[in-house]
Design a protein around this ligand. Sequence first.
Ligand SMILES: [Zn+2]
Length: 337
Amino acid sequence: MKFEFETPPAPGDIRAVCEGIQWLYMPLPFALDHVNCWLLGEPDNQVLIDTGVDNPATRKHWTSIFAERGHWPQQTLITHFHPDHMGLAGWMENEGGCGQFLGSEIEVDIALLLSDADGASYSALYEKWYAQNGIPEEALALVRRNGNTYKMVAGRPPPSSRWTYLQDGQQLTLAGHDYTVLIGRGHAPDMIMLYRESDHVLIAADQVLPSISPNVSVMPRLMDTNPLKSFLDTLERLRSLPEDTLVLPSHGLPFRGLHGRLQALVEHHDMRLEQIVSACHEPRSAHDLFAVLFRRKLDPQQTSFALGESLAHLHYLQKQGRVERMDSEGLTHYVAC
Ligand SMILES: [Zn+2]
């Protein structure tokens, strides 16, 4: 991979990254400490891509960027429902008067569903899911205490009536440039990427990240029961883009060298799948496999991503007939066939 810049812009600063696209770097209060947002076009015709989470620091950055320049973006495109991408969409509408939102209907529906879920039912769903997969009591207690964690960092998105929904393969003109919508699956159910054919620019959202492997998760409420297959299929599809594509990822630095990165991500998952099959020589819960999948110690906040990722690999192997699922006394285990 070849990086275009050695460092990101400071939070609240704007940096031109290629023709007609500016890079904004928003802090996140998580282990993953930032998200990249993109601003397309000139102040009188601007499209913002993703918003960061809903917290005072991010609101302050957007206020200083847009209010001080006297222009809020005319359109806001949201790549997927995760709070670091959609968290301030509703605020953009109310505060900035952004009237038009572009996104995926599936992603918007999930965000609305999560925003409207009450704390008790949100906790109950996760608690049941954790317990079934062998997660220890400490993390279950945290789930009970936290309630709806989505709402902690994401405001309610604009209602369905404010959105224009995009489809895979759709041609779109944004701030004077033509883009093709590419739907990425596996990290989120229906994530929007944009490809600009004229000069080979890919706004990749969380599908291809330069320094971490995007989280691929089975999650309660999400319909995709084999997200790792969906993710790998999307990576395969991206191989048809030119090697000199400039990749603008949502986390990490813009880079070229797409094919090598796609290959590394595929090999990463292949290796994890083999390690899981070996570990399942005796029955294992999804939680037992955390030690195989994650070298670092996980804090309880990361439990849902870790469990989702472990299950994504197990479901993939189960569909291939390489592991078998066993349910007994409310606990699920997997064993190699
Ligand atoms: Zn993200």
